[in-house]
Design a protein around this ligand. Structure first.
Ligand code: CTP
Length: 427
């Protein structure tokens, strides 16, 4: 059957194609159209094939050649241009898209979409396509707040159209308020999320991430170099795949990924408590945090002053007594086994030597299904880095060595393994 006769409802949740990577970018006639090339770049960087369709007014704000150069494809403007139609007719353009993004969407464009108009190329494509539609509005705050616009938005939402933004801020028209088009990176992230196969729907994934901070006094603390990037990448990817995600995060400035419930903690004891609260509903646990193994036995109520330190030898030195923290992963492993083992438990092992042997020890001591071992002595991998080189260490099969890759890619590989384990257990 030819694709153009395929019937697909216009909601993102129903998209289940194996490799949906074709994005049709519709650009409306607003000042934010100048961000078009940046959005094309953000999308192509994620591996999407992008084709652009502009309204006539958009031509005032963005150069088609810039879009053509960034996308690697010709840019369409006119509905009845013989030359353009000869290359790819507009219905095929609508049919072949896996997702249509309208950015920026002006108030007029929203009204036309709501009213089902088809008086130029972009509105015709929007009426003809059966792909999910994501809209990034941008306009004057009063136009956005106007009941006519809000009613159009409501109607479009009811029809399954997704929205991103508008963000609040200073607007080109001089007003301040909601009306700025969302950042191209944010729009691209939403596109990715809408097109990801929802292979973790029905699962609840509990993740620990980042380092912990163990206070000595109100000013100082013992901590480590973990950035939380790996755990946050896993959380983002799991949410994109449709899982309920709870992210228990140590102190980190990283933004909360879309669709993720974040529980901020500071110390290992707080992380332990948060995990205990959330664990019952989790079908998957991933311990990606660098949990401090020890904490100062006492936390001074006031800043420790140099003058007050006699030191045991009377030499001004300070002795710290550290006591062990609970091992969160080991407890989760033991509890999951005791409950029958349906939950998938994944640990991490950060090692600077004897990587695989140490990871294998942790695998059995903490009763994990899988340990992700990473060599923190490599400069381009591990703590603070955007990439990682890991080995998957299994209890019952050969180790899997993964090449150096960006943390989101490693997260994807890990989730593929987790999904397979959960499938086996559900059977
Ligand atoms: N972990 C944990 N709670 C702790 C310590 C570690 O949940 N108190 C988890 C980490 O999140 C990670 C795994 O255990 O998934 C291994 O952590 P790592 O720091 O590599 O090992 P440790 O068990 O702390 O052992 P060591 O420091 O001796 O290498």
């Amino acid at each position: 059957m030819s694709r153009r006769f395929e019937s697909r409802p216009q909601t993102a949740d129903t998209v289940q194609k194996s490799d949906p990577r074709r994005v049709l970018l519709g650009i409306g006639g607003g000042i934010a159209a100048y961000k078009g090339p940046e959005l094309v770049r953000a999308l192509t960087a994620r591996g999407f094939e992008v084709r652009c369709a502009l309204t006539a007014a958009a031509l005032e704000f963005v150069a088609p050649l810039a879009l053509q150069t960034m996308s690697g494809h010709g840019v369409r403007v006119a509905l009845f241009d013989r030359e353009e139609e000869g290359q790819i007719d507009h219905i095929r353009l609508a049919d072949e898209a896996d997702l249509v993004v309208v950015a920026p969407a002006t108030a007029d464009l929203l009204a036309k979409m709501a009213g089902g108009h088809a008086d130029d190329l972009l509105t015709t494509l929007l009426l003809a396509t059966r792909a999910p539609v994501l809209v990034a509005p941008a306009m004057n705050v009063n136009m956005w707040d106007h009941p006519a616009t809000q009613a159009n938005v409501e109607l479009l939402r009811e029809r399954g159209v997704s929205f991103v933004g508008p963000d609040a801020g200073y607007l080109a028209c001089g007003w301040e308020g909601a009306g700025r088009m969302s950042d191209p990176a944010v729009i691209a992230e939403r596109v990715e999320a809408l097109l990801a196969p929802r292979t973790l729907a029905g699962e609840t994934v509990l993740i620990t991430a980042g380092g912990t901070r163990e206070p000595l006094d109100p000013v100082r603390a013992l901590t480590n170099r973990s950035s939380g990037k790996m755990g946050f990448a896993i959380a983002a990817a799991a949410a994109r795949r449709g899982a309920e995600v709870v992210l228990v995060a140590g102190p980190t400035p990283l933004p909360t990924p879309d669709g993720v419930k974040r529980v901020d903690v500071e110390t290992a004891l707080e992380m332990h408590e948060a995990v205990a609260t959330e664990l019952a509903s989790a079908t998957v646990f991933v311990g990606a945090a660098a949990v401090a193994d020890f904490r100062p036995e006492r936390r001074a109520a006031h800043k420790i002053k140099k003058e007050s330190l006699g030191g045991s030898a009377g030499d001004g030195s300070l002795e710290l007594r550290l006591v062990p923290n609970p091992d969160i992963l080991a407890e989760v492993g033991a509890r999951s086994r005791a409950e029958g083992g349906a939950r998938v438990v994944v640990g991490f092992a950060a090692e600077s030597r004897d990587l695989r042997a140490a990871a294998r020890r942790k695998l059995s001591q903490k009763q994990c299904d899988l340990v992700v071992a990473n060599d923190i002595s490599r400069a381009e991998a591990g703590f603070e880095s955007d990439s990682n080189a890991v080995v998957f260490v299994w209890p019952d099969r050969d180790d899997e060595v993964l090449e150096l890759a960006p943390k989101p890619a490693i997260a994807g590989e890990l989730l593929d393994r987790i999904e397979a384990l959960r499938r086996e257990r559900r059977r």
